[in-house]
Design a protein around this ligand. Structure first.
Ligand code: T5A
Ligand code: NA
Length: 211
């Protein structure tokens, strides 16, 4: 029997909502459950496009809003071949931010939402989208925002509104204001029920995002 492909699990959410913490936890838990799993993070700051993005985010360089949007998208596109091979070889991927962050941040800055979606049309389609939802006041209690470009209250409020425009019924909303342990448990329960639902219907990988 052909090996079943891995699942593409995307974790999105507001800044400070605990995405990276929970992505690490989820990878560990899935591995403990005997599932071959890897962590993926966007932006991938290690590639050529990633280095330009990193410099922009750290406010060491400036770029036109459209240009940086396209760079974030290119940073995803350049990873697609390797990621699809891993998935087809049976590795499950836990992805810390994806195209939804791309559109939410750029449209919050004032770019047209439809324009923002275009460059990511046709990316790998996620099997599960988890959204870690956290109120801005709660987010600020977590040590305040840092020095990076988008870590400002007014922008973060807009970003959450833009995320809600992208949300559909398939998104799994997680209350990220709970303790780390409770968020972890909710995510685990959600993944287990998603897997149970997908079990008999898992489709071949599709490059179908927003099509
Ligand atoms: N961006 C990204 C775009 O504009 N376009 C794009 O296409 C993409 C992909 C960098 C920026 O790039 C933008 C969005 C961003 O502004 P990043 O590198 O993912 O993106 O951002 P980070 O700064 O690494 O991540 P965040 O600030 O969003 O934080 P996380 O990952 O959500 O949160 P985490 O896990 O690091 O936790 C933050 C703090 O809270 C604590 C943690 O210990 C940590 O101190 N914490 C909790 N405290 C209490 N209760 C809980 N349940 C907690 N969970 C975590
Ligand atoms: Na993070």
């Amino acid at each position: 029997m052909a090996q079943q492909r891995g699942l593409l699990i995307v974790v999105e959410g507001c800044d400070r909502s605990g995405k990276s913490t929970q992505c690490d936890n989820l990878v560990t838990s899935l591995k403990q459950d005997g599932i071959d799993t890897e962590l993926v993070k966007f932006p991938d700051r290690t590639t050529q496009t990633g280095k330009m993005i990193d410099s922009y985010l750290q406010q060491k360089s400036d770029l036109d809003d459209h240009a940086i949007h396209l760079l974030f998208s290119a940073n995803r596109w350049e990873a697609m071949k390797a990621l699809s091979e891993k998935l087809n070889n049976g590795t499950t991927l836990v992805v810390d931010r994806y195209a939804f962050s791309g559109v939410a941040f750029s449209s919050a800055k004032g770019l047209d939402l439809e324009w923002c979606r275009n460059p990511d049309i046709g990316l790998l389609t996620p099997d599960v989208i988890l959204f870690l939802d956290l109120d801005i006041d709660e987010a600020e209690k977590r040590g305040g925002f840092g020095q990076e470009r988008y870590e400002k209250r007014e922008l973060q409020i807009k970003v959450r509104q833009e995320f809600m425009k992208l949300k559909d019924d398939s998104w799994k909303m997680i209350d990220a204001s709970q303790s780390k342990e409770d968020v972890q448990r909710d995510i685990w329960d959600t993944i287990q029920s998603s897997k149970a639902q997908l079990k008999d219907t898992i489709q071949p990988l599709q490059f179908n995002l927003w099509k």
